[in-house]
Design a protein around this ligand. Sequence first.
Ligand SMILES: Cc1cc2nc3c(=O)[nH]c(=O)nc-3n(C[C@H](O)[C@H](O)[C@H](O)COP(=O)(O)O)c2cc1C
Length: 266
Amino acid sequence: MMEIPAVRWYQSIKERSSRRQFYSKIIEKPKLKKLRNLIEMINQEIEGLRIILVQNDVEEIFTGILGSYGKISGAPAYLAFVGIKDIPYLEEKIGYGGEAVILEATALELGTCWVSGTFKAEEVLADLDLKKSEKLYAISPLGYPEDRPTISERILKTVISSKKRLDLDKLIINKNDLEAELEWIKTALKAARLAPSAVNRQPWRFKIGENEIIIELDSQEKNEEREKNLDCGIAMLHLEVGALKAGVSGSWEYLKGKEVARFLVE
Ligand SMILES: Cc1cc2nc3c(=O)[nH]c(=O)nc-3n(C[C@H](O)[C@H](O)[C@H](O)COP(=O)(O)O)c2cc1C
Protein backbone atom coordinates (compact mmCIF):
# COMPACT_ATOMS: atom_id res chain seq x y z
CA MET A 1 0.00 0.00 0.00
CA MET A 2 0.91 3.62 -0.48
CA GLU A 3 2.85 5.19 2.38
CA ILE A 4 0.83 7.99 3.98
CA PRO A 5 2.40 10.80 6.02
CA ALA A 6 -0.70 11.11 8.20
CA VAL A 7 0.13 14.17 10.29
CA ARG A 8 1.31 16.15 7.27
CA TRP A 9 -1.68 15.27 5.06
CA TYR A 10 -4.21 15.68 7.88
CA GLN A 11 -3.02 19.26 8.15
CA SER A 12 -3.41 19.61 4.36
CA ILE A 13 -6.97 18.29 4.60
CA LYS A 14 -7.82 21.07 7.02
CA GLU A 15 -6.09 23.78 4.99
CA ARG A 16 -6.92 22.82 1.39
CA SER A 17 -9.52 24.58 -0.65
CA SER A 18 -9.87 24.78 -4.41
CA ARG A 19 -7.84 27.65 -5.86
CA ARG A 20 -8.45 29.04 -9.32
CA GLN A 21 -6.25 32.11 -9.64
CA PHE A 22 -2.50 31.91 -9.51
CA TYR A 23 0.68 33.93 -9.72
CA SER A 24 2.84 32.93 -12.66
CA LYS A 25 5.77 32.40 -10.26
CA ILE A 26 7.45 29.13 -11.16
CA ILE A 27 7.56 26.22 -8.75
CA GLU A 28 11.00 25.63 -7.23
CA LYS A 29 12.93 22.53 -8.34
CA PRO A 30 13.01 20.80 -4.92
CA LYS A 31 9.22 20.99 -4.68
CA LEU A 32 8.79 19.66 -8.20
CA LYS A 33 11.18 16.85 -7.38
CA LYS A 34 9.20 15.90 -4.27
CA LEU A 35 5.97 15.84 -6.23
CA ARG A 36 7.51 13.88 -9.09
CA ASN A 37 8.88 11.27 -6.67
CA LEU A 38 5.49 10.87 -5.03
CA ILE A 39 3.77 10.64 -8.42
CA GLU A 40 6.23 7.98 -9.55
CA MET A 41 5.54 5.94 -6.43
CA ILE A 42 1.77 6.26 -6.82
CA ASN A 43 1.84 5.36 -10.51
CA GLN A 44 3.84 2.27 -9.66
CA GLU A 45 1.63 1.16 -6.80
CA ILE A 46 -1.81 1.85 -8.17
CA GLU A 47 -2.56 -0.31 -11.18
CA GLY A 48 -4.02 1.52 -14.16
CA LEU A 49 -3.35 5.01 -12.87
CA ARG A 50 -0.99 7.46 -14.54
CA ILE A 51 -0.63 10.93 -13.06
CA ILE A 52 1.40 13.37 -15.16
CA LEU A 53 2.91 16.66 -14.01
CA VAL A 54 3.01 19.01 -17.00
CA GLN A 55 5.16 22.13 -16.83
CA ASN A 56 3.17 24.20 -19.29
CA ASP A 57 1.21 27.28 -18.35
CA VAL A 58 -2.54 26.82 -18.28
CA GLU A 59 -3.73 29.91 -20.18
CA GLU A 60 -5.30 28.03 -23.10
CA ILE A 61 -6.71 25.17 -21.10
CA PHE A 62 -9.52 26.26 -18.84
CA THR A 63 -13.01 27.57 -19.51
CA GLY A 64 -15.23 29.51 -17.10
CA ILE A 65 -18.29 28.27 -15.25
CA LEU A 66 -20.39 31.42 -15.23
CA GLY A 67 -19.02 33.51 -18.06
CA SER A 68 -15.45 34.10 -17.03
CA TYR A 69 -16.13 33.44 -13.35
CA GLY A 70 -14.42 30.31 -12.22
CA LYS A 71 -11.93 30.38 -15.08
CA ILE A 72 -8.63 29.10 -13.81
CA SER A 73 -5.65 31.23 -14.73
CA GLY A 74 -2.03 32.03 -14.09
CA ALA A 75 -0.66 28.67 -13.01
CA PRO A 76 2.73 27.63 -14.48
CA ALA A 77 1.97 23.90 -14.36
CA TYR A 78 -0.79 21.35 -14.03
CA LEU A 79 -1.47 17.75 -13.09
CA ALA A 80 -3.25 15.38 -15.47
CA PHE A 81 -5.07 12.36 -14.05
CA VAL A 82 -5.05 9.58 -16.61
CA GLY A 83 -6.21 5.98 -16.33
CA ILE A 84 -6.40 2.78 -18.37
CA LYS A 85 -10.06 2.45 -19.30
CA ASP A 86 -10.89 -1.14 -18.37
CA ILE A 87 -9.14 -1.43 -15.03
CA PRO A 88 -11.62 -2.27 -12.25
CA TYR A 89 -12.35 0.52 -9.75
CA LEU A 90 -10.38 2.97 -11.85
CA GLU A 91 -12.39 6.01 -10.75
CA GLU A 92 -11.82 5.22 -7.09
CA LYS A 93 -8.12 4.72 -7.77
CA ILE A 94 -7.84 8.05 -9.58
CA GLY A 95 -9.58 9.87 -6.73
CA TYR A 96 -7.47 8.15 -4.08
CA GLY A 97 -4.09 8.50 -5.82
CA GLY A 98 -4.84 11.92 -7.26
CA GLU A 99 -5.84 13.33 -3.90
CA ALA A 100 -2.54 12.11 -2.43
CA VAL A 101 -0.73 14.40 -4.87
CA ILE A 102 -3.17 17.23 -4.11
CA LEU A 103 -2.57 16.91 -0.35
CA GLU A 104 1.21 16.82 -0.78
CA ALA A 105 1.02 19.88 -3.04
CA THR A 106 -1.02 21.61 -0.32
CA ALA A 107 1.68 20.74 2.23
CA LEU A 108 4.20 22.34 -0.15
CA GLU A 109 2.01 25.49 -0.09
CA LEU A 110 0.88 25.06 -3.67
CA GLY A 111 -2.67 25.66 -4.83
CA THR A 112 -4.77 23.07 -6.68
CA CYS A 113 -8.29 22.46 -7.96
CA TRP A 114 -9.69 19.18 -9.23
CA VAL A 115 -11.28 19.94 -12.62
CA SER A 116 -13.22 17.39 -14.62
CA GLY A 117 -15.56 19.69 -16.51
CA THR A 118 -14.36 23.22 -17.13
CA PHE A 119 -11.38 22.54 -19.35
CA LYS A 120 -10.66 21.96 -23.04
CA ALA A 121 -9.66 18.32 -23.27
CA GLU A 122 -8.16 18.73 -26.77
CA GLU A 123 -5.68 21.35 -25.51
CA VAL A 124 -4.56 19.05 -22.72
CA LEU A 125 -4.40 15.98 -24.93
CA ALA A 126 -2.03 17.90 -27.21
CA ASP A 127 0.38 18.16 -24.25
CA LEU A 128 0.11 14.50 -23.36
CA ASP A 129 1.07 11.35 -25.16
CA LEU A 130 -1.79 9.04 -24.30
CA LYS A 131 -2.06 5.45 -25.43
CA LYS A 132 -5.26 4.18 -27.05
CA SER A 133 -6.23 2.38 -23.88
CA GLU A 134 -5.84 5.51 -21.74
CA LYS A 135 -8.38 8.17 -20.89
CA LEU A 136 -7.98 11.62 -19.36
CA TYR A 137 -10.29 11.94 -16.34
CA ALA A 138 -9.41 15.26 -14.74
CA ILE A 139 -6.71 17.84 -14.33
CA SER A 140 -5.61 20.33 -11.67
CA PRO A 141 -3.71 23.58 -11.98
CA LEU A 142 -0.56 23.68 -9.87
CA GLY A 143 1.17 26.80 -8.64
CA TYR A 144 1.23 29.59 -6.12
CA PRO A 145 -2.31 30.79 -5.51
CA GLU A 146 -3.03 34.47 -5.11
CA ASP A 147 -2.66 35.37 -1.43
CA ARG A 148 -6.32 35.92 -0.85
CA PRO A 149 -9.12 34.50 -2.93
CA THR A 150 -9.92 37.09 -5.62
CA ILE A 151 -13.40 38.56 -6.01
CA SER A 152 -14.08 36.21 -8.90
CA GLU A 153 -13.00 33.23 -6.78
CA ARG A 154 -15.14 34.36 -3.86
CA ILE A 155 -18.25 34.81 -6.01
CA LEU A 156 -17.81 31.35 -7.46
CA LYS A 157 -17.25 29.81 -4.04
CA THR A 158 -20.47 31.42 -2.81
CA VAL A 159 -22.42 30.19 -5.82
CA ILE A 160 -21.34 26.59 -5.34
CA SER A 161 -21.27 26.91 -1.52
CA SER A 162 -17.92 25.24 -1.66
CA LYS A 163 -17.12 25.78 2.01
CA LYS A 164 -20.30 24.09 3.11
CA ARG A 165 -20.41 20.47 3.98
CA LEU A 166 -23.37 18.40 5.10
CA ASP A 167 -23.47 17.66 8.83
CA LEU A 168 -21.98 14.33 9.80
CA ASP A 169 -25.47 13.35 10.98
CA LYS A 170 -26.64 13.51 7.39
CA LEU A 171 -23.65 11.61 6.07
CA ILE A 172 -23.83 8.66 8.46
CA ILE A 173 -26.34 6.04 7.34
CA ASN A 174 -26.65 3.95 10.49
CA LYS A 175 -26.75 6.59 13.15
CA ASN A 176 -25.62 5.05 16.43
CA ASP A 177 -23.31 5.91 19.27
CA LEU A 178 -20.20 4.29 17.89
CA GLU A 179 -18.83 7.40 16.26
CA ALA A 180 -19.21 9.31 19.50
CA GLU A 181 -17.31 6.61 21.37
CA LEU A 182 -14.53 5.74 19.05
CA GLU A 183 -12.01 8.51 18.53
CA TRP A 184 -10.60 7.07 15.32
CA ILE A 185 -14.02 6.93 13.69
CA LYS A 186 -14.70 10.55 14.58
CA THR A 187 -11.36 11.72 13.19
CA ALA A 188 -11.70 9.59 10.06
CA LEU A 189 -15.20 10.85 9.27
CA LYS A 190 -14.30 14.46 9.98
CA ALA A 191 -11.47 14.17 7.45
CA ALA A 192 -13.67 12.39 4.88
CA ARG A 193 -16.35 15.09 5.20
CA LEU A 194 -13.82 17.74 4.13
CA ALA A 195 -13.12 15.94 0.84
CA PRO A 196 -13.66 17.98 -2.32
CA SER A 197 -16.25 16.66 -4.77
CA ALA A 198 -17.52 17.80 -8.18
CA VAL A 199 -19.87 20.81 -7.69
CA ASN A 200 -19.52 20.07 -3.98
CA ARG A 201 -22.22 17.41 -4.25
CA GLN A 202 -20.74 15.27 -1.45
CA PRO A 203 -22.07 11.97 -2.81
CA TRP A 204 -20.46 9.85 -0.09
CA ARG A 205 -22.31 8.26 2.83
CA PHE A 206 -20.80 6.28 5.68
CA LYS A 207 -21.87 3.08 7.41
CA ILE A 208 -20.06 2.47 10.68
CA GLY A 209 -19.16 -0.85 12.21
CA GLU A 210 -16.97 -1.62 15.19
CA ASN A 211 -13.91 -2.36 13.11
CA GLU A 212 -14.87 -0.89 9.79
CA ILE A 213 -16.37 1.98 7.86
CA ILE A 214 -18.15 1.43 4.55
CA ILE A 215 -18.37 4.24 2.01
CA GLU A 216 -21.60 4.25 -0.01
CA LEU A 217 -22.97 6.38 -2.83
CA ASP A 218 -25.89 8.66 -1.97
CA SER A 219 -27.57 7.34 -5.11
CA GLN A 220 -26.56 5.64 -8.31
CA GLU A 221 -28.67 7.91 -10.48
CA LYS A 222 -26.89 9.91 -13.16
CA ASN A 223 -23.64 8.13 -12.50
CA GLU A 224 -22.97 6.66 -15.95
CA GLU A 225 -19.46 8.08 -16.02
CA ARG A 226 -18.95 6.80 -12.49
CA GLU A 227 -17.77 10.26 -11.54
CA LYS A 228 -19.29 9.90 -8.09
CA ASN A 229 -16.95 6.96 -7.62
CA LEU A 230 -14.06 9.33 -8.29
CA ASP A 231 -15.40 11.63 -5.56
CA CYS A 232 -15.59 8.57 -3.30
CA GLY A 233 -11.97 7.69 -4.04
CA ILE A 234 -10.98 11.14 -2.78
CA ALA A 235 -13.03 10.60 0.39
CA MET A 236 -11.36 7.17 0.85
CA LEU A 237 -7.96 8.81 1.11
CA HIS A 238 -9.23 11.49 3.50
CA LEU A 239 -10.87 8.83 5.68
CA GLU A 240 -7.69 6.78 5.82
CA VAL A 241 -5.52 9.81 6.63
CA GLY A 242 -7.90 10.63 9.50
CA ALA A 243 -7.83 7.07 10.83
CA LEU A 244 -4.02 6.96 10.67
CA LYS A 245 -3.81 10.32 12.39
CA ALA A 246 -5.83 8.74 15.22
CA GLY A 247 -3.43 5.78 15.29
CA VAL A 248 -5.56 3.26 13.40
CA SER A 249 -4.35 1.61 10.22
CA GLY A 250 -6.48 -0.48 7.95
CA SER A 251 -6.94 -1.77 4.44
CA TRP A 252 -9.48 -1.20 1.69
CA GLU A 253 -11.70 -3.70 -0.01
CA TYR A 254 -13.72 -2.60 -3.04
CA LEU A 255 -17.44 -3.39 -3.05
CA LYS A 256 -20.16 -3.40 -5.69
CA GLY A 257 -23.13 -1.23 -6.65
CA LYS A 258 -24.14 1.41 -4.19
CA GLU A 259 -21.49 0.33 -1.72
CA VAL A 260 -18.10 1.55 -2.86
CA ALA A 261 -15.45 0.31 -0.43
CA ARG A 262 -14.87 -0.97 3.07
CA PHE A 263 -12.09 0.27 5.35
CA LEU A 264 -11.24 -2.60 7.66
CA VAL A 265 -9.09 -2.03 10.74
CA GLU A 266 -5.97 -4.18 10.75
C1 LIG B 1 -13.89 15.28 -9.36
C2 LIG B 1 -14.00 16.78 -9.23
C3 LIG B 1 -14.28 17.55 -10.35
C4 LIG B 1 -14.34 18.94 -10.28
N1 LIG B 1 -14.56 19.67 -11.43
C5 LIG B 1 -14.51 21.04 -11.36
C6 LIG B 1 -14.62 21.81 -12.56
O1 LIG B 1 -14.81 21.27 -13.65
N2 LIG B 1 -14.50 23.16 -12.46
C7 LIG B 1 -14.27 23.79 -11.27
O2 LIG B 1 -14.14 25.01 -11.25
N3 LIG B 1 -14.20 23.09 -10.09
C8 LIG B 1 -14.30 21.73 -10.12
N4 LIG B 1 -14.17 21.00 -8.95
C9 LIG B 1 -13.97 21.68 -7.65
C10 LIG B 1 -15.22 21.62 -6.74
O3 LIG B 1 -16.16 22.58 -7.16
C11 LIG B 1 -14.80 21.88 -5.28
O4 LIG B 1 -13.90 20.87 -4.88
C12 LIG B 1 -16.00 21.86 -4.32
O5 LIG B 1 -16.87 22.92 -4.60
C13 LIG B 1 -15.55 21.95 -2.86
O6 LIG B 1 -14.80 23.12 -2.63
P1 LIG B 1 -13.33 23.07 -2.05
O7 LIG B 1 -12.51 22.19 -2.97
O8 LIG B 1 -12.85 24.50 -2.03
O9 LIG B 1 -13.40 22.46 -0.66
C14 LIG B 1 -14.16 19.60 -9.01
C15 LIG B 1 -13.89 18.80 -7.88
C16 LIG B 1 -13.82 17.42 -7.97
C17 LIG B 1 -13.51 16.62 -6.74
